[in-house]
Structure formats: C-alpha cells, structure tokens
Design a protein around this ligand. Structure first.
Ligand code: BES
Ligand code: MN
Ligand code: ZN
Length: 481
C-alpha cells in the first residue's frame, strides 16, 4: 500500500473514494462541511433523516454527490468527542480501510484527522487485509494507494508505515495454516525478514538444539515429522556494552495437545499457537526499521505438538536446558516447556530484562475474556513499564496476582517441578509460576495473549483471525527505555 499526504481538498481530489468523519452532537466542520456545502447540503439532510449516522464506526456512502470529484464519499461516524480513548485512532483507520476494501480500489483519500496519526496509518494498512489468504476472490482487497488529507509529519508517516507493515507481517504468519507454516518454514521467513529489515538472525536446527540441551522444547516437537527450531534475533540499536532486553515468544505452529489430545473444537484454531513468536518477529522488524536506540534480542521456540509412537508421554521426566527436571502431567501444557528453554537461552545471551508472549492458557480467556492480555511478573517496576507502554498504545492488559500459593501446586514427587498445577483453577497463574522457575532473578513479564491475538469474528476495523496485538506496545516499550 502506498501512503502519501495530499493538500488537494476533499471536493477536488481525484480518488475512487473520499472518506470523511462526522462527530455525534457536533456541527459539521472541516472536510465534512466542505463536502456538504459543495453538494448543496445533502450530507446534513441525510443526517437529519437518520440515513447517515454519527454513531461510532457506523458507515454510510454518498453516491455521486454534486460538487465532489470523487464518485463516492464514505461517511464514518466518530461517536461523541468526550469518550475518545487510546484505541480510537487505530480503529478509525481500520474502519475506513476495511469498509473501502470490500472492493478493489486504486486510490482512496481520507480526510479523517485523529490524535495519533501513526496508529491511524496502522489501521489503514491492516483493515483491508484479512484472513482470506487462500481465497481466489478475496473478501478484502488491498488498497493500492491512500492519500491523507491532513497534516502529517514525515516522522509520523514513516512510523505508521513501519508499524502497520510489522503488524501485518505478524497477522499473516498467525493466519497461515500449519501445513504451510511449520518450524522450518517459519525460521526461513524470519531469516528473510531479518535480511530485508536489518536485524541479525541465528537459527538453531534440531542438531544444535540437542547440543544445547533444549530437552523441554525438543520433547514437545519430537512426534512431529517437522523438525524443531529455535531462532535468536538481534537488534543492536544501543551501545555495545548495554545489556539487551529480550522478547521471547511461544511458537507452537500447531498444538494438537499431543497424547493429552484436544477435542476437535479446541484444536481447530491451534494454528494460532505461534502468535507469541509472530509478535516477536513483527516487533523486531519494526525496531530495526525504526532504528530504535536499544539493544533487543528476540528468542522464539518453534515446534509442532503432534502424536506418534515417539511422543513424549505423561509421566515422562524432561531435563530442561537450565538443568531443572520437569515431570509431564499433561502434554497439552506444552507452551511452557518450549518457553522454559527459550527463556534460558535469552538469559544466557545476556538479557537483563525479559518479556515473554504466549497463547498459553485457555484459562486466560475465562479470566479476562477475548480482548485483554494477562500480565504476570516477578518485578513490579518492569511490569509497570510494560503496562504503561500498552496503555499508551491503546492495547488492553491486566495484571494477575503471582501469589506464592500457586507455586506449591507445581511440586512433583519425582522431579523438580511438574508442568501443570493441581486441578484447573487459576490455570493462567500456575502456568506463569511454572515459567518463573526458569527466569532466575531476571526481571520478567509474562504476557498471556491467548484471548486477543486471534479473534473468532471480525470487528468493524479488522477482520477476524489474527490481530497483531502487542507489536505496537512492545515497540513503545523498547523506545521508552
Ligand atoms: N495453546 C493452548 C492454549 C490456548 C487455548 C490458546 C485456547 C488459545 C486458545 C495451550 O497449549 C494449552 O493447551 N493449554 C492448556 C493448559 C492445561 C493443559 C493446563 C489449556 O489451556 O487447557
Ligand atoms: Mn496445549
Ligand atoms: Zn499451546
């Protein structure tokens, strides 16, 4: 998508569609008023007749209004001015793009100014691209060229484009089915992205993983016909002596549950179980392209959790890379096994602060619903920094208590820990408590993105499927350090 600014007015611009916004309970102003005046008051009349609504994200189209060069005017309701929050700019961009993208468009001009221009651009880039990757006649069509009819600094324009494309990459990876995206092809795509965007990539193949004693990660991937991988990405934006921050992602390209097999309904969407890893990759792309002045490493563990005669079993004892032994009580609690080794690799690479992202527990959906990321940490200052970056980016996160009591549930009678708690209650927290066993004393935040990373239905501003959540927050966090 080409995005540029324009100084041509909303009535004069040659475009397939011109988008304008109207506020609830406010008189028309700016481009909306210009169009209304040029078209002899047709817009105000339609608002009066309640044919055009100013309710937030309702959309209406004026066909061939007089005095306007573009054949179509998309009118987007912006709702009332007093309840605009940090999610608004991204969503406005998405609504325009998704509505207009229902057909092929060469050139769209939008005159809807918002507070956070880069977010609006992210929305524009992502609204018109959906999960119909394999459909001959797409439901959403990429807009070729978008003109922004308001003041935009070159800095904001670049930032919006980079973040928008990074989110798009994350979403595409997550939306790809597991027959196309498996550990090896995923690693190849990371190598490719590193070359294009300018970050270093180191891939550990199966043999290297064995040499590196990644016993927990390897156990999960063992029954797959696809080999496992671990990928280390490095963005060296700070001074050489600065310890890096690490972003660590769960990359289970498909989670069948293993011998603790999932039922059909629970397995269907499990191509999304690498969303944590995809978020790390999208973030590294953005950090490199935006030249963020901070050393950041990304570590992703890529495996497929399948079934075969050589599956890891219930009761097996695994030796993790850290040396801690793990008794397996459920092969469907596999993400934490992958992360145990990936976190250890991040620490060995000198990380002095850790963030991990994972579609880790269904229990997080029960606790927080589909829109909110669960935050668990061993360090209040570090988690406050993450939460404030997320708040700035308009991404919803909420802390869960890391009470000691949950660790007691992980005691095993034959190994150092077992991989699940006792019973289902507090499953999101016991999972985090398990991870805590592998972060030593390094400040660490665990983000359970099982809810928001993958939606089962579309919103007005984005298709269903992968959302690309937390890319903006993680970039914001790195910039704030
Ligand atoms: N990948 C799943 C968690 C998940 C569920 C992500 C739904 C997205 C949507 C994870 O590996 C898993 O299976 N967790 C188990 C843990 C249990 C066995 C302790 C779960 O949530 O049931
Ligand atoms: Mn699982
Ligand atoms: Zn999983």
């Amino acid at each position: 998508m080409n995005i540029q600014t324009t100084t041509v007015s909303a009535t004069e611009i040659e475009a397939d569609v011109v988008a304008i916004g109207i506020w609830k309970d406010e008189p028309l102003d700016g481009p909306a008023k210009e169009i209304d005046d040029a078209a002899g008051g047709v817009l105000s009349r339609m608002i009066e007749l309640e044919e055009v609504s100013a309710e937030r994200f309702s959309t209406s189209v004026l066909h061939g209004p007089a005095g306007v060069k573009a054949p179509l005017v998309l009118v987007v309701g912006l709702g009332s001015k007093d309840d605009v929050d940090e999610t608004f700019s991204y969503r406005v961009g998405g609504v325009v793009s998704k509505t207009v993208g229902s057909k092929q468009r060469e050139h769209v001009a939008t005159y809807i100014n918002v507070d956070v221009v880069p977010d609006a651009i992210c929305g524009l880039i992502n609204g018109c691209v959906g999960q119909d990757l394999y459909m001959e006649k797409k439901k959403l069509n990429e807009i070729q060229s978008v003109s922004l009819g308001f003041e935009v600094s070159t800095e904001d324009l670049t930032r919006g484009k980079v973040l928008g494309e990074s989110i798009r990459l994350t979403r595409r990876l997550v939306n790809m089915p597991a027959n196309d995206l498996h550990p090896e092809s995923f690693a190849d795509m990371i190598v490719q992205t590193g070359k294009e965007s300018g970050f270093e990539v180191e891939v550990w193949d199966q043999e290297r993983l064995e040499r590196e004693r990644c016993g927990a990660l390897l156990a999960v991937g063992k029954a797959s016909t696809r080999e496992s991988r671990l990928v280390i990405m490095r963005h060296n934006g700070g001074t050489e002596s600065d310890a890096p921050v690490a972003y660590v992602g769960k990359g289970v390209t498909f989670d069948s549950g293993g011998l603790s097999l999932k039922p059909t309904a629970g397995m269907l969407d499990m191509k999304c179980d690498m969303a944590g890893a995809a978020t790390v990759v999208g973030t590294m792309k953005a950090l490199a392209e935006l030249n963020v002045k901070q050393n950041v490493i990304g570590v992703v563990g890529l495996v497929e959790n399948m079934i075969a005669g050589n599956s890891f079993r219930l009761g097996d004892v695994l030796t993790s890379r850290s040396g801690k032994t793990i008794e397996v009580h459920n092969t469907d609690a596999e993400g934490r096994l992958v992360l145990a080794d990936a976190l250890d690799v991040a620490i060995e690479n000198g990380a002095d602060r850790l963030i991990d992202l994972a579609t880790l527990t269904g229990a997080c959906l029960v606790a927080l619903g589909t829109e909110i990321v669960g935050v668990m940490s061993n360090d209040d200052d570090w988690s406050d920094q993450l939460i404030s970056a997320a708040n700035t980016s308009g991404e919803s996160v909420w802390s869960l208590p890391m009470h000691k009591y949950f660790s007691e549930q992980l005691k095993s009678t034959i190994a150092d820990v077992k991989n699940v708690g006792t019973g289902r209650w507090g499953g999101t927290i016991t999972a985090a408590k398990f991870l805590e066993e592998f972060v030593q004393d390094v400040p660490w935040v665990h983000l359970d993105i099982a809810g928001p990373s993958f939606a089962d239905k579309p919103a007005a501003w984005i298709d269903g499927g992968a959302s690309g959540c937390m890319v903006r927050s993680l970039v914001q966090l790195a910039e704030s350090l």
